[in-house]
Design a protein around this ligand. Structure first.
Ligand code: ZN
Length: 116
């Protein structure tokens, strides 16, 4: 079934849509918030400690050292920390835009990425 590329994309798209629907449903139920981030955000390639980004990171690399700060990262934990930080920044930007203060948020955006 997954050999049919078009059908496979529909199945994967439907599964992803259902996952997002469930997350949004549970978030409302438990008073949480789901924040969408850029799907191309380099969560695995960016050091969650200092913000340094590596150019290449094959999927086979599960643990790596940041060349800038020497932090040791588990690929998935590092990505999770980066996604959390990006989500918090996206939420803060949305909140700031709702209040009409764009400039102040941009500096917090940079700080949030670098401090994680
Ligand atoms: Zn680093």
């Amino acid at each position: 079934m997954l050999k049919n590329g078009r059908l496979a994309r529909h199945i994967i798209g439907a599964a992803w849509s259902e996952l997002v629907r469930q997350l949004e449903y549970k978030a409302v139920l438990y008073g949480r918030e789901v924040v969408r981030i850029d799907p191309w955000f380099p969560s695995s390639k960016r050091c969650s400690n200092c913000g340094e980004k590596v150019d290449e990171m094959p999927l086979s690399v599960r643990v790596w050292n940041c060349e800038a700060c020497r932090a040791l990262h588990d690929r998935d934990v590092n990505a999770a920390l980066n996604i959390l930080a990006a989500g918090q920044v996206a939420r803060d930007v949305a909140t700031s835009h709702a209040r009409g203060g764009v400039g102040k948020t941009e500096s917090r955006h940079t700080a949030a990425i670098r401090t994680k």
